[in-house]
Design a protein around this ligand. Structure first.
Ligand SMILES: [Zn+2]
Length: 132
């Protein structure tokens, strides 16, 4: 760090340095030539086109989906599977209807697909694509 101490000797040194740097002339060089090949064609970077497929979120019904394994757009095959929530809902209904002997209503979640987990499969390679 250059601190001005007020010393005349250091000031004169700086002045000489400034004077010396002012006299230096920078010869102007021509800019570098453009990148031109021998055939006269300007070199360009190759343009890479990349297709990005955004998958739609899964639903509770069959839908079009891109299978990553067979790399095709397929109409998914769905299976409804009882999940932990299905069992919990059945137990809750059973607890509510136990006093009036209507415990058989607890079987409703196992027959209604709305209360089940939906698994989407590829119809070609049978790969599990996702779960809703
Ligand atoms: Zn597939």
């Amino acid at each position: 760090m250059n601190v001005d101490t007020g010393n005349p000797a250091s000031n004169s040194t700086r002045r000489e340095y400034n004077a010396a740097s002012a006299t230096i002339t920078h010869p102007r060089e021509p800019p570098p030539p453009y990148s031109v090949s021998d055939t006269g064609v300007v070199n360009q970077q190759p343009i890479i086109h990349q297709t990005i497929i955004v998958q739609a979120p899964l639903k509770d019904t069959p839908m079009f989906y891109n299978c990553p394994k067979c790399d095709e757009r397929v109409f998914t095959k769905v299976e409804y599977v009882s999940s932990k929530n299905t069992h919990m809902l059945a137990g809750f209904i059973c607890g509510l209807t136990l006093w009036c002997m209507l415990c058989c209503l607890a079987a409703i979640p196992y027959y209604v697909s709305t209360f089940k987990k939906v698994q989407h499969y590829c119809p070609n390679c049978n790969t599990l694509l996702g779960t809703y």
